[in-house]
Design a protein around this ligand. Sequence first.
Ligand code: ADP
Ligand code: MG
Length: 462
Amino acid sequence: MLNSGLSYDEIWERSKEILKEKIPNSTFEPWIMPVVPAKEGEDCYKKDCMVLKSDKSFGVSFLNQKYFHEIQNTINSVCGVNLPVNIIFMPSDVKKAPKKKEKPAEHIVLMKEQIDNLKQMHSFCALNLKYTFENFVVGENSLVAYNAAKQVSEAPGQKFNPLFISGSVGIGKTHLMQAIGHNILKNFPDLKVKYAKTEEFTNQLVDSCQKGQESYQKMKKFRDRYRNVDVLLLDDIQFAEGKKRTEEEIFNTFDALFHLGKQIVFASDRPISSFKNTPDRLKSRYEWGLSVDILVPDFKTRVEIIEKHALRSNFEITREVAEFLAETFDNNVRELEGAYNKVSAYASIKGVELTVESAKEILGIDENAKKITPEIIIEECAKYYNVTKKDILSTARAKEIKEARQSAIYLTRELLNLSFPAIGEIFNKNHTTILYSYEKLKKELVFNKALQSSISEIEKLF
Ligand code: ADP
Ligand code: MG
């Protein structure tokens, strides 16, 4: 503390404000800003002298040469006395923490490296950082798949090779597959992991096959991309079914990687048994390791998924609302999450409390609306055409019955958006018959006015 009553820190703060107006910013920011007064107790501290230190050696010599007088005069004007000023270089490692404290720092550096690696990986192979094992809620529906994925990520290429994950749309296959990628990178940072969707694989293959001057180079680049890796995660493999060139390339890529002991993971919306147009030799490769299926999560798991999601996004959701969502969206986790995202975003923006009632309103769920089921559609069509439900489900070919059946199939598809195999099960027909029947009626609707009015009359009943 000087006679002026100001401490060295205060004098320097005020001086800086004045200097900022006098010294160009290109000098002020890099060289003046890092400067601080020495404190009592430090080796370089001198009584009755303003010792200014900086860890920028070039900055110190530059300030001493060009701005020393400016700085000295400013300081003197602030404190009102002729105070000697020293600007000195003080490397920052002089203040380095004692050795003992270095340990956590190393740990932090390591963690940072891992995070950087993950980020690098994220951009290298388009991995979603959200898709980790920690963020995956394990239920009975996914326990086997989860355990297999975990084991693969702990010993890639050594256990289940390939791992084949199947399950319907939006059920968590991609999530689990990418979790393997994240965990491998965490456990074995030197391994090269590649995630790709089969559609992307096909597009790149087509691109590489095009004839031209660089075709050899292009193909080599493509193969390097998929074979020069330690772990290949190939998603949505059902996309390859029946695509000859793609399936052949997958087959060869598989063999090249497998013989080098590299890990391969496939995911598909359909089980291998449904790959009717895939050559047997490739199907047998798919089945070589372990095939696991993810099923629809049960109610309890669906509630947990919502609650975990809410926790991660820091949104408070009541058990009642989580249960309401889990009850309403019962066969697709992506849709369940989508509904949660919609209601939580809406409630946050509007600043209203999220209740079951407001959730229903946001999602446009009308409780009084009659819940449409295939049975109700069949019943209404039977009534309209004056036939029985049994007739519709039979193979009878009388005109009225045929029309009633086709309308019921058409409406089941249009109103409930069920898959053709699922509709086939309801109507005791195979899915190609259902597809044919649906397409036929759809085409006829374009020009058949009587049919148009029949269908719209039945639709009005719902
Ligand atoms: P799929 O690949 O089977 O179509 P995804 O893996 O893309 O489905 O999952 C759809 C969404 O649902 C993703 O946002 C994913 O994080 C989420 N999800 C699916 N299953 C789970 C689960 N068990 N726990 C947490 N989130 C899940
Ligand atoms: Mg997927």
